[in-house]
Design a protein around this ligand. Structure first.
Ligand code: ADP
Length: 524
């Protein structure tokens, strides 16, 4: 029977492609060792694969922090302003507003145009949401009264562009990305640029901290996370991927042994380090490298850079799948997306894929499609077929076709999660968190699933990891795949894996920035 033969050939070939994405226990362990090596190297000098940037934040919160703070976030397209009331019992309330950044300001002649716009949004926010505060301040100012210290909002500034941070509220813009281009801002302290415009409007706001989003995630998680043990690591798996963790200050030698290292609180003996792990192993000593990874990198705007990110994050996983599928379709004998009558024809003669299908264009498949594949357990994979039809112009897909696509997508998602486990494990192992105290072992007498790093554990034994980003939030079983790999890693194992608690840090950017503004206020 031709149909059965075709189905079997398809399943077999799909498995062959899926297997190209295998990243087995040995490879994982090798990568962990390399991650640890690069961590240590980056703490000692500049220009390494893991940048290991000192953030000048020297403590994580424990949930008892209190007060009213502001946070602003200049990402790619929007500017967000919020105020956060920390209640001091691990909870908070958040008020937020968001405006699109006018395109012409992204390429303005002077940075003043952009930053005065930002300050204006802060003023509008205060007038709308903190009337009493704002008008009280203005009245006193206009009658010659001095601003009271307790009236000043400390503000955390999340600025998602590459900066060379030289103090908790000081960072020099290295270059613009994401379509921004304002020449005179490059090399300037972005906190000072914002503060100048805030002052010009006479607002009671102090730019207290410059915030990286991973550090915000770590801080937010540490505030809201149950239990007394502070969070070790904050990680993002969204458009990109990155992580920040708590390091012993005396290991951050490139800071502590530098003459002009800026001011920071040395009393905690710790500092949060922004790893910039998207560039882990750019030289491909240990990262897996399929023909699809190679093609993706060659056609990217930054070949050879962010090699870890290109295998892990939302911006890229859909494209890896697309390249794998298109590669298969180029082989006219390959049975995918061909009904039995057209099986011998070349791809353009099949009626199933529309010429305008995004599958033929770079970035044509969104990573959310991988989540749909992983989550569809319906008979005949209805959701996968519907999505291929509706979003990707591939009609009349058979259940076997859907199954084949699913197998390849699942392999790409699983590999991404196992790579994520490499970074998490590297940090858990290298910080020595498993050594201390690590006494208790929970026995699973119930016969049901073992605890996923949680309530049954003595609080001292928990190693807390805060995560954020659509991939980790929405890809089904991303965490399960991470955990499976963690158990395979020497130095973590079954026992260690149970002690690692992974939780989403909700509203991380606003709350995290507020918390950094708070600790910054304590220092200055
Ligand atoms: P950002 O990282 O830009 O702040 P997100 O965390 O929402 O924003 O990440 C956006 C990325 O996540 C995009 O690359 C997108 O393709 C991917 N994404 C969006 N939805 C999903 C989903 N359901 N499953 C997996 N990835 C997703």
């Amino acid at each position: 029977n031709r149909d059965t033969a075709r189905s079997m050939a398809l399943a077999e070939q799909a498995k062959r492609v899926a297997d190209e994405f295998n990243f087995g226990p040995d490879a994982v362990n090798k990568a962990v060792n390399e991650f640890i090596r690069e961590m240590d190297e980056g703490l000692g000098k500049e220009g390494t694969e893991l940048s290991q940037i000192p953030t000048y934040v020297t403590a994580v919160p424990n949930g008892t922090e209190k007060g009213l703070y502001m946070a602003v976030d200049l990402g790619g397209t929007n500017f967000r302003v919020c105020s956060i009331q920390l209640h001091g019992n691990t909870t908070f309330s958040l008020t937020q507003s968001k405006v699109a950044i006018p395109k012409e300001l992204m390429v303005a002649k002077t940075s003043k145009e952009l930053f005065s716009f930002l300050a204006k949004q802060i003023e509008n926010f205060l007038k709308t949401h903190h009337e009493d505060h704002y008008y009280g301040h203005i009245r006193r100012r206009d009658t010659g009264g001095a601003t009271k210290e307790q009236e000043i909002f400390n503000l955390g500034f999340t600025f998602s562009f590459p900066v060379n941070q030289i103090g908790i509220n000081k960072g020099l813009l290295m270059r613009w990305t994401k379509g921004f281009d304002i020449a005179d801002a490059v090399g300037k302290d972005v906190c000072a640029l914002l503060q100048t415009e805030i002052d010009a409007l006479g607002l009671p706001v102090r730019v207290a901290a410059l915030v990286n989003d991973t550090v915000g995630t770590l801080m937010a998680r540490s505030y809201t996370s149950p239990g007394k043990t502070g969070t070790l690591l904050g990680a993002i798996f969204g458009t990109g991927t990155n992580g920040a963790y708590v390091e012993k200050l005396d290991k951050v030698t490139k800071l502590t042994q530098s003459k002009d290292s800026g001011d920071y609180d040395k009393s905690t003996g710790e500092m949060i380090v922004n790893t910039e792990w998207g560039s882990f192993d750019n030289s491909l000593r240990t990262l897996p490298n399929t023909p699809y990874d190679i093609e993706l990198d060659e056609k990217s705007v930054n070949p050879g850079i962010q090699m870890f990110e290109k295998r892990v994050s939302g911006m890229f996983l859909g494209e890896i799948l697309r390249l794998a599928i298109v590669g298969l379709l180029k082989d006219p004998t390959f049975p995918l997306f061909r009904d039995e009558n057209s099986a011998q024809n070349d791809i353009h003669s099949t009626t199933q894929i529309h010429d305008s299908s995004p599958i033929w264009k770079q970035w044509g498949i969104d990573t959310s499609f991988l989540s749909i594949c992983a989550g569809d357990n319906s008979p005949g994979y209805r959701m996968v077929r519907q999505t291929l039809d509706k979003d990707y112009g591939i009609t009349a897909v058979s259940a076997e076709d859907a199954e084949a696509v699913r197998a390849i997508a699942a392999a790409i998602g699983r590999r991404a999660a196992r790579l994520a486990a490499v970074a998490i494990a590297g940090i858990v192992i290298n910080t020595g968190r498993l050594d201390a105290p690590g006494t208790a072992t929970t026995e699973n007498k119930s016969g049901i699933d073992p605890p996923r790093g949680d309530a049954d554990l003595a609080e001292d034994d928990v190693i807390d990891v805060g995560v954020d980003g659509s991939l980790v939030e929405f890809y089904p079983s991303f965490e399960d795949h991470i955990r499976e790999a963690l158990r395979e890693i020497e130095g973590i194992g079954e026992k260690g894996e149970k002690r690692i608690r992974i939780g989403i840090a909700k509203d991380g950017s606003g709350v995290g920035a507020a918390l950094i503004a708070l600790v910054a206020g304590r220092v200055s």
